[in-house]
Design a protein around this ligand. Structure first.
Ligand SMILES: [Zn+2]
Length: 104
């Protein structure tokens, strides 16, 4: 048995979703905060000893992969999908037009 790295739920290896450390760091840098994300119950082990800023610092200093339970992985993915949608919206603002699109 393994434990989910966020909610600490016991899961079998086959139930675990592995998130590459780099992807996870990118998500946290992009604003992912599991302490306040609805749908993720952060483990008391974590919330008793760490505040979000210190947890975030720990994540950014640690490149190892993350193993999440199905529930946390689903929530993580939907948060990331939201970030990507925002980025798409930002990328079509006029300031980001390429020089050859300036007349459009
Ligand atoms: Zn979990």
């Amino acid at each position: 048995m393994k434990n989910c790295d966020l909610c600490n739920k016991s899961i079998s290896v086959s139930e675990m979703t592995v998130i590459p450390g780099k992807d996870f760091q990118q998500a946290v840098q992009g604003g992912f905060n599991p302490f306040t994300t609805p749908g993720i119950e952060m483990s008391n082990n974590i919330t008793f000893s760490l505040s979000f800023p210190s947890w975030r610092q720990m994540v950014l200093n640690d490149t190892s992969n993350w193993g999440l339970c199905q529930n946390c992985a689903r929530t993580f993915r939907s948060v990331i999908a939201g970030f990507e949608k925002q980025r798409e919206i930002q990328s079509i603002t006029p300031q980001n037009k390429k020089w050859f699109q300036i007349w459009k």
